[in-house]
Design a protein around this ligand. Structure first.
Ligand code: ADP
Ligand code: MG
Length: 298
């Protein structure tokens, strides 16, 4: 081989090396881009939660009637709650507030109609109602105390794991679960047993479970009962945030909490609607003041 040929060979090899390096650099760039894209998608996924509602994304109750052994607990009730509304349902004990939620979620038989996103809820089984995007909490938190926060959320999300796996070391949380833990102030409690959480956080976990289930109609029965003022405040903020892209109904006795967070209020008395409107409307309604708020306002 001549000197010139050798020189050419060296140059070719150098060029190949350069090209290989370029390819490596290009691959590294692509990797970085993919990582960036992943991150962008994750943010988008989280933002998905802020998507607007569909045109029929609201609750419409017509002629809802619930009877217990001849006693009428809810009387031909009409109630519409729009997407984005944080509606408070108030009224004296026994007014029928919990019964309305029970009826909508399939726990007590009722006649009339209750539709969410155009789907009839009455007559369906509780599980099928959950699948239609309707979620509720109970007056006492119903989380699984022996499982961690993360495991509770994973169950709610529908992870179909075998019993043994469920109790094994928790695996990574899905994007959805991660995001909802953040939303519900539970990020630092992921691996704590639900039973060890303070009362307020148990309620947040319950709300988080509804969120990972993709509930878009949230029915909350006295969510802040027994909470500290700071927990109430945080819960109000959380629900306010949730309600922007959902339909939220809160049964509540705490009037200060209602004043602070309600978009609209329905006052119930003996199974019927006594008044409906803004917090101001309700506070200025003579009948409401007489029957319900009177004692409180002196
Ligand atoms: P609220 O939640 O507004 O305090 P409820 O909806 O729990 O009121 O109750 C409304 C009325 O229905 C009350 O008089 C209550 O005693 C009655 N009631 C509720 N559930 C049942 C039931 N399962 N069987 C019989 N009566 C019931
Ligand atoms: Mg009740």
């Amino acid at each position: 081989m001549s000197e010139t040929e050798l020189e050419q060979l060296r140059r070719d090899m150098q060029q190949m090396r350069d090209e290989a390096k370029q390819m490596r650099d290009e691959a590294a760039r692509m990797k970085a881009e993919i990582a960036e894209e992943r991150e962008r998608l994750a943010t988008q996924l989280a933002a998905l939660d802020d998507r607007g509602g569909q045109w029929n994304d609201y609750l419409e109750i017509r002629g809802l009637h619930v009877q217990f052994d001849g006693f009428v607990a809810v009387k031909n009730l009409d109630l519409t709650v729009m997407h984005g509304d944080l509606r408070f349902l108030i009224g004296p004990n026994g007014a029928g507030k919990t019964t309305i939620i029970d009826a909508i979620t399939g726990l007590v038989p009722a006649t009339g109609s209750a539709t969410f996103r155009g789907e009839q809820l009455l007559g369906k089984k509780p599980n099928d109602i959950v699948k239609l995007g309707v979620g509720r909490t109970f007056q006492t938190a119903s989380v699984v105390e022996e499982l961690s926060v993360l495991q509770n959320l994973q169950i709610a999300e529908g992870f179909r794991k075998k019993g043994r796996e469920l109790f094994a070391k928790p695996t990574g949380a899905s994007q959805n679960v991660e995001y909802m833990m953040e939303v519900c102030n539970l990020k630092d409690d992921a691996n704590k047993l639900a039973g060890t959480l303070p009362h307020g956080k148990k309620q947040w976990l319950e709300i988080g479970m509804l969120l990972v289930q993709d509930a878009h109609l949230l029915l909350l029965d006295e969510p802040v009962a027994g909470m500290t003022p700071a927990e109430r405040e945080a819960t109000g903020e959380l629900l306010k945030r949730c309600s922007r892209n959902r339909t939220v109904i809160i049964v509540e006795h705490d009037m200060d909490f209602m004043r602070q967070f309600a978009d609209s209020v329905t006052v119930l008395n003996q199974g019927e609607i006594l008044a409906e409107g803004s917090v101001e409307d309700i506070q200025n309604n003579e009948e409401v003041v007489r029957i319900y708020l009177g004692g409180e306002q002196q």
